[in-house]
Structure formats: structure tokens, C-alpha cells
Write a protein that binds this ligand. Structure first.
Ligand code: SF4
Length: 411
């Protein structure tokens, strides 16, 4: 099932922690767990308390209502994400077990690190006035509220146009959730969630592309404008800690969102830092906006939202997808970091997620790069941000927690 000799071909977790003393061991562990996934022992599952821990979630990539934990947290507050069904047939997942009454990450029988299950927020089991469970409307990380108003993506409506790593369409089709959430349910749930003191530092929105409207993407802009406009009322109409990840909007559309809502920061994910690979991996985005067009829209966003308030996400490692990706890790890394530096010179920060080969994606059964590749990528992106003096507070461990490279900003 797994490649028997993969450990002989790569440097191990402990070797890499020693080799890169400037990268927090927590970040290296988090990266490897996201890359390889986890399985829970029966004892670990007995530690789950559905009254206290988050077990149900409905989001763009994840729709589950069983009694397994949604994700994990480490001693220093570093978050580990385990969304979706990981299908890396190369390497075994970590085991989450109980050792000395503590929940521990274990690999090959060795205890690696203590972990904790995410605590459930107060609003989670309540209902909206229309009777919709609030957990189905707004999902929660330990420190932020997440809204996915559109849980499908127009690019998946045309054969071959969806991004090849993406499981939004598969998640949607496997469940019975609505594609568009009601704005009043969202507003009501956010209002209820904000009543809990000391928990949330940010409200985050993202969803699939909506191509329609008077101008291309106006439909998507209208939806976010309506939701953000309603939420802004909880903040006296002022800017509030918030982030939107959307399709790359035009300058005119971005200006509308900035002027009419309390949205504070903006992200449009370019996914992969290479024009040819962007066209292969993200054909919908490439045909409608194009690689250079995407970058140009990011530059316009910086003019409107200001430096440090705009970034772009990549699916780290997808640049090595077969058969068209880079053939060596050195080549992939130097090309990606050079392009990240070009974006940084325009005030755009690049933040990376670990590519998780998920069931339902076109890239199902591919192999992700080595752990060392991810450590070097995270370190390189952090160093570029420091060189260009770009703050990443908008997407750091407190606001997001999904990016090993932005976790390094706290050091
Ligand atoms: S734009 Fe690409 S990554 Fe985003 S939801 Fe659509 S297909 Fe998925």
C-alpha cells in the first residue's frame, strides 16, 4: 500500500529539526503531519468529548458529522489541519494515540509531541431563527470564524476547468448541503458567535467562483458585499479584523468592497508560481483571468487595501505534480522563490499551504515532495517577507494558522 523504502529516500523529522535550527520544531512537525495525515487509535477517540470538542464541520473542503476530531493543536498554539480524506499512497500517516493519559502524535511507535483537540465554540450547537444548525453556517478554528457562503465553484461547471488539487466540487456532490448559504443565517450566526468573549481574532470568508453579473465576477462581489455589509454593522460600520479569499477581482470591484464594507484584508490565491503550471493546474482561472492578469489584480489590491493587507496563497508542492511539474525539488524551489520575490517587490506576500492529496481531486494519488522541501519553502518565503519588510499579521498563526511559513513570523 505505502512505499516501503520512502523513509530511506528522505531525511527524517528529527534530522530536519536538527538541520534547520531557525525553523521551529513545531512548524516542522505540523508540516509533516499535514503532508502525511493522521489516524486515530480507539483510545485517542475515547478522549473526544463531543460536548467540548469540534467534531462536526461543514465547509468548502470538508463536510462531516462523525465523532472524530476536526483537527489538532500543539502545545505552543500551532494548529495542524487535517481537512478532507488524504490519499498519499507513498507515506504512512502519523498515529494519534494516548500515552500516559495524554493525547500524543506517534510515528513508528515513537512519541513525537503532545496534541490537543480543538475546543468547540459556544454558538456551535445553536440554531438560527430559521432552524438551521449554526455549525453548518459558520465553521470555527480555535481563534477565528470561517464563512463559506458559496460551497460550489463555477469553474467546475465546465468540464476540465476546475483546479486539479481542489475537492470543492467533490465535497459538494458527496453531501446534500446547499451551494449558497442564506445571508441572514450567516449574519445571525456571526452575531451569536461574537457574544463569546476572548475567542475570535478574525472573521474570514471564502468560497467558490461566481462568474455571473453585469460584469464578470460581479455576482461573487455582490454576495461578499452583502454579507460583509451586514457583519460590518456589528462593528459600527468600521473596518474590522477580517480576510476575504476570493477570485481575483478587478480594481473597480475591489474598490467597491473596500469602500462599502468593513473588510480589512484581501487575498486572491494564485495557487502555483509559474505561468505554464498555472495554465495546466488552474485552467479556469487561467482562461478567464490569466497568470499575468491575476498578478496585475493583486497589485491593484495593494493600491486599495495597502501594503501588508494583501497576499496570495499557493498550494506548496503542487508545482511538482506529475507529469508537467518541476522534476527536481531544487528547480521547483528556486523557481517558486524567485517568483515569490517578484511579487514581494510589489508588496504582495506569498503564503503557502501544504499540498494534501485529497480524495476527489484530479491529482488523487499523486506524491507530495519531501518534508525538507517544505521546510526550505517555508523558510524561503519567510525570509523574502523579512527582506521586503512585508507584515503578514493578516495571515499569521493567530489569524489563520494554516501556513507553516507565516507561523515563522512569530520568531
Ligand atoms: S477557483 Fe479553483 S481552487 Fe478555487 S474553488 Fe474553484 S476550482 Fe477550487
Amino acid at each position: 500500500m505505502f512505499e516501503r523504502d520512502w523513509r530511506e529516500k528522505e531525511e527524517s523529522l528529527s534530522q530536519l529539526i536538527k538541520k534547520y535550527p531557525d525553523v521551529s520544531p513545531f512548524v516542522v512537525i505540523k508540516t509533516d503531519v499535514q503532508r502525511r495525515g493522521v489516524v486515530y487509535t480507539e483510545n485517542a477517540l475515547r478522549k473526544v468529548d463531543p460536548e467540548r470538542h469540534i467534531t462536526k464541520i461543514r465547509s468548502d473542503y470538508y463536510d462531516k458529522e462523525d465523532l472524530t476530531p476536526v483537527s489538532l493543536l500543539m502545545r505552543d498554539g500551532t494548529t495542524i489541519f487535517n481537512e478532507g480524506v488524504l490519499v498519499d499512497t507513498t507515506r504512512e500517516p502519523y498515529t494519534v494515540d494516548v500515552v500516559d493519559d495524554k493525547i500524543m502524535l506517534v510515528d513508528e511507535g515513537r512519541v513525537i509531541e503532545e496534541v490537543f483537540y480543538w475546543e468547540k465554540p459556544d454558538y456551535y450547537d445553536k440554531l438560527t431563527s430559521g432552524g438551521v444548525p449554526m455549525w453548518q453556517v459558520v465553521s470555527a478554528r480555535p481563534q477565528r470564524l470561517t464563512i463559506h457562503p458559496n460551497q460550489f465553484c463555477d469553474f467546475w461547471k465546465k468540464p476540465g476547468q476546475g483546479c486539479k488539487f481542489c475537492v470543492m466540487a467533490a465535497t459538494y456532490k458527496a453531501g446534500d448541503k446547499p451551494s449558497l448559504l442564506s445571508v441572514s443565517d450567516i449574519t445571525e450566526t456571526i452575531g451569536e458567535a461574537l457574544r463569546e468573549p476572548g475567542r475570535n481574532v478574525c472573521i474570514f470568508l471564502t468560497g467558490g467562483t461566481l462568474r455571473g453579473g453585469a460584469k464578470f465576477l460581479d455576482e461573487e462581489v455582490d454576495l461578499y458585499e452583502r454579507i460583509l455589509g451586514e457583519i460590518s454593522k456589528y462593528f459600527d460600520g468600521k473596518k474590522f479584523p477580517s480576510q476575504l479569499i476570493s477570485t481575483a477581482f478587478s480594481g473597480e470591484q475591489l474598490r467597491r468592497l473596500y469602500d462599502n464594507t468593513g473588510l480589512a484584508t484581501y487575498t486572491a490565491d494564485i495557487e502555483v508560481l509559474n505561468k505554464d503550471l498555472f495554465e495546466w493546474i488552474c485552467p479556469g482561472k487561467a482562461s478567464e483571468i490569466g497568470y499575468e492578469g491575476w498578478k496585475e489584480r493583486l497589485y491593484q489590491a495593494v493600491d486599495i487595501f495597502g501594503p501588508g493587507n494583501v497576499n496570495t496563497g499557493i498550494v506548496g508542492g503542487v508545482e511538482m505534480a506529475a507529469p508537467n511539474g518541476f522534476k527536481t525539488e531544487d528547480e521547483a524551489l528556486s523557481s517558486s522563490l524567485a517568483e515569490a520575490e517578484d511579487l514581494a517587490s510589489h508588496g504582495i506576500s506569498v503564503v503557502s499551504c501544504v499540498w494534501r492529496v485529497l480524495r476527489g481531486s484530479v491529482f488523487f494519488r499523486q506524491t507530495v515532495p519531501s518534508l525538507e522541501y517544505y521546510v526550505r519553502l517555508s523558510f524561503g518565503l519567510d525570509r523574502i517577507r523579512r527582506k521586503y519588510g512585508i507584515s503578514v499579521d493578516m495571515d499569521n498563526y493567530r489569524r489563520c494558522g494554516n501556513h507553516p511559513d507565516t507561523d515563522l513570523a512569530r520568531i
